[in-house]
Design a binder for this molecule. Structure first.
Ligand SMILES: Nc1ncnc2c1ncn2[C@@H]1O[C@H](COP(=O)(O)OP(=O)(O)OP(=O)(O)O)[C@@H](O)[C@H]1O
Ligand SMILES: [Mg+2]
Length: 359
């Protein structure tokens, strides 16, 4: 398995794009201000909320430290937010670090040995931690103990160090990359799903209230429908629509204002942005709907292969607009319809599409 993730660059650019490449200080401050602070304020994810509520409530009743929690799910679904809520609900302090920041076991030992009893340690991007640190973490999670190695070579000795009980909250966008021994040491794993439009609708209303922006039901629905099932995107689109409403109208967000604003920012009715449409457009117009290799497609839109694969494709696949096949990328009939194009007779009448989609 590939532990030193080769797609860091793509992941970083995905993050940059999802939080908005324009994410300035103001945007980041706003994002923090919009974070729900308690489970009750956290919108949607009913099952995860219910399960987590039980885990935390039971630990509180026993006067114990909560079990380790693993949060997995796509970017922007609320993993960092939930980790802070876990600490808040337990009345515990939280220490925040991330996998890439822990390259040596010593880095981890230093953090672990300075934890207070009951403290929450949030380890973001836990799948990107180095192997030696990971092995140290196994023991820390299970036995609340680490072995600190003193000296070098044959004379090196391991000195066991007791740790106070703590709660590890790990977050990952790729649960599949976690080695099973690590995954198994979490007492509770929450898999976060994409949000339903009705849930995003509530996120938009809640955020609008906090930002003191007026939005009517249809305006909120328009934003929610273009947010790719992701609260972070809903909040970001809301801020851009707010800007538009303020400059071009009286500040209130209606369906017309939201639609006009999002047209300016090139986010279409389904939530596709400029890159998504470029990929789909190239696939349809230059390659007749495919199949075409990923590298060729990437060159055609002037992007890195990883960017197309990690940033644009997951959403296009999820929307049923694009399929990954052994012979390459293929557009679905829905893709032609979405871009308002007519499939060429070859694609409509036979060949690969016929086999793939039974049409
Ligand atoms: N359930 C929710 N209810 C309301 N707002 C939410 C919810 N989940 C997330 N948000 C909002 O979305 C933003 C992004 O959430 P968060 O930073 O927790 O995502 P994440 O899963 O940690 O993403 P990443 O994988 O990129 O780190 C937060 O600022 C928060 O305001
Ligand atoms: Mg996060």
């Amino acid at each position: 398995m590939n532990w030193d993730d080769t797609s860091d660059a793509a992941e970083d650019s995905a993050e940059a794009r999802l939080v908005g490449a324009d994410a300035d200080g103001e945007d980041q401050a706003v994002e923090a201000a919009l974070r729900p602070k308690s489970l009750g304020e956290f919108v949607g994810q009913e099952r995860v909320r219910e399960q987590l509520d039980l885990v935390l409530r039971a630990a509180r009743q026993r006067g114990a430290t909560a079990d380790h929690v693993l949060l997995s799910g796509a970017p922007g679904l609320g993993k960092t937010t939930l980790s802070m809520i876990i600490a808040a609900e337990m009345g515990a302090p939280i220490r925040i670090t991330s996998g890439p920041a822990i390259q040596h076991a010593g880095d981890l030992a230093a953090i672990l040995s300075s934890l207070q009893e009951g403290e929450v340690l949030f380890l973001d991007e836990i799948h990107r931690m180095s192997r030696p640190a990971e092995e140290m973490l196994y023991m820390a999670m299970e036995d609340f103990r680490v072995d600190v190695i003193v000296g070098k070579g044959p004379g090196a000795t391991a000195i066991p160090l007791e740790l106070p009980p703590f709660t590890l909250v790990g977050a990952t966008t790729r649960a599949g990359l976690l080695p099973p021994p690590l995954r198994d040491r979490f007492g509770f794993t929450a898999h976060m799903e994409f949000y339903e439009p009705a849930e995003l609708h509530r996120v938009v209303h809640r955020s609008a209230g906090l930002l003191d922006v007026r939005v009517d039901g249809a305006g909120a629905a328009e934003i929610a429908g273009r947010s790719r099932g992701t609260p972070r995107i809903a909040n970001r689109l809301l801020r851009r629509v707010r800007d538009y409403a303020q400059v071009k109208a009286d500040g209130a967000i209606t369906q017309e204002i939201a639609a006009a604003a999002l047209a300016v920012y090139e986010v279409d009715e389904r939530g596709l942005d400029r890159l998504d449409r470029a990929v789909l457009g190239a696939l349809l117009k230059l390659f007749g709907g495919g199949p075409v290799g990923l590298s060729t497609l990437a060159v055609a839109v002037g992007e890195e292969r990883e960017t197309v694969e990690e940033v644009a494709e997951p959403f296009l696949v999820r929307e049923g607009l694009l399929a990954r096949t052994p012979r390459g990328r293929v557009a679905t009939p829905a893709a032609w319809a979405h871009l308002g194009l007519t499939p060429p007779p070859a694609a409509a009448g036979g060949g690969a599409q016929q086999d793939l989609f039974g049409g």
